[in-house]
Design a protein around this ligand. Structure first.
Ligand SMILES: Cc1cc2nc3c(=O)[nH]c(=O)nc-3n(C[C@H](O)[C@H](O)[C@H](O)COP(=O)(O)OP(=O)(O)OC[C@H]3O[C@@H](n4cnc5c(N)ncnc54)[C@H](O)[C@@H]3O)c2cc1C
Length: 442
């Protein structure tokens, strides 16, 4: 587990320069959001979820509404830096780098109820926790993230991740580490790698692609690439592996050069982890069985049950079940005292930590305006970012908006050019930036 090429003197100088904290956070600064006026309103704001979005909004509301009572509801004690999972799962980072204590990030003066929300009742401005306690609020921020649908893949047993060539980066830190164990054993022998990507909303839709680039690179490093194959099966239509066309086409061109074979309209529906067989279905329901030596499972994703089963969910349309917010203001479309932040939002794009970095200040600002009896006035552009790792030591820093337009924020990094600089950002700078977002500093 090391950073490659760090012995190269020019790269060592670059590393030193990037180590300077002001540059790190300056370069990653959020675009300015108009200052909301602070208010002395003694309202009660409840935040459901204490992942990145929930804590980031709480930190900002603490400043904007100093007299407000703020309650966070979430049973999770560990805070995981999820963007680091791909680094753990490909042998770049140790597991400790993605594990922190949630208590260390809770803003001062915020009450933390260590339970899950079982039911939302927005018409009554209240929610019920898993123990049956009822909590009433004046304003609600939904920040529950999403739910992984491993149960929608027949035969998939998450306990088997890490054994018998089975990997899946999404489940959590242990699964990410177990995935690396499986990949490491696989690369020593070589064989058939089968990588997957479902259709539908996904958090960090680039992660399945990064895993694919990295498995090919790990085989190359081990000298077993020539006797191996890397196949990528996706439920998406022909010639589609990513939702932004220019990035999609670039990835497909790279895969052609790397001899990575995509297969479209092929959804992973079943796996026999003992016999190492994956089953894919076409949209017509036709099934085909594929043998593998290493399988990377990416589960379909959906809104968490408590939101999906509530009045807060979109009742129809492509984002059915997700939190029905305005994609512009992130205010709920039917309940004006409710806002959403992060992966749970039923917006057309933006299930990344980078999205939270830009939208959490906007949500806090717009909510404070509503508390003050004003209309939300900050409009979100859908900012999403994905550092696309293309091999160890090289990445592309891709940033885009709702329309799929590239929105590069770093003048010295060409988004479509792979670079060691973008790799360094991924492995060195983005976690400090993430912590700064949690603490309300950017
Ligand atoms: C493998 C992987 C790679 C990624 N790579 C990147 C990347 O390179 N760049 C990037 O920007 N982003 C990346 N992301 C995405 C990023 O981590 C998420 O978009 C971000 O964490 C979303 O924040 P959130 O607050 O919406 O959800 P989360 O951080 O997931 O937090 C949700 C919280 O809500 C809680 N919760 C759930 N249900 C309930 C309930 N009923 N009641 C109360 N609380 C509840 C959970 O316990 C959790 O603490 C990656 C994610 C993964 C998994």
């Amino acid at each position: 587990m090391h950073e490659p090429h760090a012995h190269d003197p020019s790269r060592r100088r670059l590393l030193r320069a990037l180590g300077a904290a002001p540059l790190a956070l300056g370069a990653l600064e959020t675009l300015p959001v108009a200052q909301a006026q602070t208010s002395d309103a003694r309202v009660h704001v409840v935040i459901a979820g204490s992942g990145l979005g929930g804590i980031a909004v709480a930190s900002r509301l603490r400043k904007l509404l100093p007299q407000a009572r703020i309650t966070i509801v979430d049973a999770k004690l560990e805070h995981n830096y999820q963007p680091g999972y791909t680094l753990v799962a490909t042998g770049v980072w140790p597991i400790a780098k993605v594990r922190d204590r949630n208590a260390d990030f809770q803003p001062e003066g915020v009450q933390w109820v260590q339970e899950m929300v079982a039911e939302f009742d927005p018409a009554a401005n209240s929610l019920t926790t898993t123990s049956g306690s009822k909590i009433s609020y004046d304003y609600l921020v939904v920040a529950t993230g999403l739910q992984l649908g491993y149960d929608q893949i027949e035969g998939m047993d998450v306990k088997a991740i890490g054994q018998n060539g089975l990997g899946s980066v999404y489940l959590g830190p242990e699964a990410a580490l177990a995935t690396w164990r499986a990949m490491d054993a696989f690369r020593a022998q070589g064989g058939r790698a089968v990588m997957t990507l479902p259709a539908g909303p996904l958090k960090c839709a680039g992660a399945p692609l990064k895993m694919t680039f990295m498995v090919a690179d790990r085989l190359r490093q081990a000298g077993t690439r020539d006797r191996s194959s890397v196949d990528f099966y996706t439920g998406l239509p022909d010639d589609t592996v990513f939702g932004v066309k220019v990035v999609n086409d670039d990835v497909l061109a790279r895969w052609k050069n790397l001899d990575i074979q995509p297969h479209y309209l092929s959804r992973l529906v079943a796996v026999d982890t003992g016999a190492r067989k994956a089953v894919f279905a076409s949209p017509e329901g036709e099934r085909s069985e594929v043998d593998y030596d290493f399988l990377h499972v990416v589960p379909p994703m959906r809104a968490v049950d408590a939101v999906r089963d509530s009045e807060l969910a979109a009742q129809e349309g492509p984002m059915l079940g997700w939190l029905q917010v305005s994609k512009d203001t992130l205010q709920h479309q039917r309940f004006a005292n409710v806002f959403g932040v992060g992966d749970i939002n039923g917006t057309p794009r933006g299930k990344t930590a980078a999205t939270v970095k830009k939208s959490a200040p906007l949500v806090a600002h717009n909510l404070a305006r509503v508390v003050a009896g004003q209309a939300p006035d900050e409009i979100f552009d859908g900012y999403t970012s994905c550092p696309m790792i293309v091999r160890e030591g090289s990445a592309m820093l891709i940033e885009f908006d709702y329309e799929g337009r590239l929105t590069p924020s770093m003048p010295f990094i060409d988004p479509m050019q792979e670079s060691f600089m973008a790799w360094l950002m991924k492995v060195r700078l983005l976690k400090p930036a993430y912590v700064a977002v949690l603490k309300g500093r950017v």
